[in-house]
Design a protein around this ligand. Structure first.
Ligand code: NAD
Length: 318
């Protein structure tokens, strides 16, 4: 009975403890792994159909330019993932790869050219940048209507004022995961661990907009486990492997793990001790294969939103 209900909830893969039939109705013994890869794949497929429609109507395809400075292997891998997704959807994307010793003014000039080019819809600067380049100055130089990451101060301000804007991809992806699984947000206690500008802070605003009661915890939060164990929805974005153990989590909570860390053996892991925590929760995301694929899918969505803006069609991803 319960299995059926979960099957109907969303199209993600799921997993249950093998338990005797007579205790199957005890909800606390069930958990569901949210399959970010499949959800992202579905989103990308619907975006590909949209782009095909534009082409059928004689419109040009959306365009994205990704600026990478230097050869940081992690950045290269992230950029390749983004370009691959764009190619799959039919977005015209190109990598503009500059050497690590390029100057700030060279980069500003490149961004200005892309800003002026009416055939370019989206500009993304892969972070982090070498220390001789002022990251904030660079992000501010991007036309806010081409700011596919949603990091420009104009977009940040509009988000907090409740106006239409381009929103950061990872928080958008987290909401997409919750919505895809029909997880109710309104009235729920949401705790976010991590207060970065790219995840924790914008996510807090976006959950507030969905009428959750939101707490942001961080590195100076005393008794973190007392705060996190209040959460109906717990989201962690720290980058500290296995910080969140079972005693940090309320029974039947929804746990979304944004953290990505590489273990000494080369494997990726999240902030959550998955094996320990999964038995307590209703839903949980794996790392890898949880939030990451949604971040890329939402970047594609944002690129199409920017494209629509340039074509004077107001379709922000609200
Ligand atoms: P960050 O690295 O800028 O900051 C980390 C945050 O964690 C800070 O706000 C800090 O206060 C908090 N913190 C540190 N130690 C803590 C502790 N012991 N207890 C509680 N809070 C603590 O944050 P970020 O850029 O949002 O990245 C966080 C993690 O999320 C990283 O692992 C990053 O790789 C990952 N990330 C993943 C995606 C994705 O798409 N999956 C996207 C963005 C970031």
């Amino acid at each position: 009975m319960l299995n059926m209900r979960y099957r109907n909830l969303c199209s993600t893969s799921f997993s249950f403890l093998l338990i005797p039939a007579n205790v199957r109705l005890r909800r606390c013994f069930c958990f569901m792994i949210i399959d970010g890869k499949s959800i992202a794949q579905n989103l990308r497929s619907s975006l590909r159909i949209k782009v095909e429609e534009y082409k059928k109507h004689g419109m040009r395809v959306p365009t994205l330019r990704v600026i990478l400075v230097g050869d940081n292997p992690a950045s290269l891998s992230y950029v390749n993932g983004k370009l691959k997704a764009a190619a799959e959807i039919g977005i015209d994307s190109r990598l503009l790869h500059l050497s690590s010793d390029c100057s700030e003014s060279e980069l500003l000039l490149l961004i200005e050219k892309l800003n002026q080019n009416t055939d370019i819809d989206g500009i993304l600067v892969q972070l982090p940048l070498p220390s001789h380049i002022n990251e904030q100055k660079l992000l501010r130089s991007i036309n806010p209507q081409k700011d596919v990451d949603g990091f420009h101060p104009e977009n940040v301000a509009k988000l907090w004022l409740g106006e239409s804007c381009i929103k950061p991809c990872t928080p958008l992806g987290i909401l997409a995961l919750l919505d895809n699984c029909n997880i109710e947000i309104e009235g729920k206690e949401a705790v976010i661990v991590g207060r970065s500008n790219i995840v924790g802070k914008p996510l807090a605003k976006m959950l507030l907009d969905r009428n959750a009661t939101v707490t942001i915890a961080h590195s100076h939060t005393p008794n973190l486990h007392l705060v996190t164990s209040r959460a109906d929805i717990l989201i962690t974005a720290v980058g500290s492997p296995h910080l969140i153990t079972a005693d940090y989590v309320k029974d039947n909570a929804v746990v979304i793990d944004v953290g990505i860390s590489r273990l000494p053996d080369g494997h990726l892991t999240g902030d959550v001790d998955f094996e320990e925590v999964k038995n307590k929760v209703s839903y949980i995301t794996p790392v890898p294969g949880g939030v990451g694929p949604l971040t890329i899918a939402m970047l594609m969505q944002n690129t199409i939103d920017c494209y629509m803006l340039h074509n004077n069609k107001n379709t922000y991803n609200l």
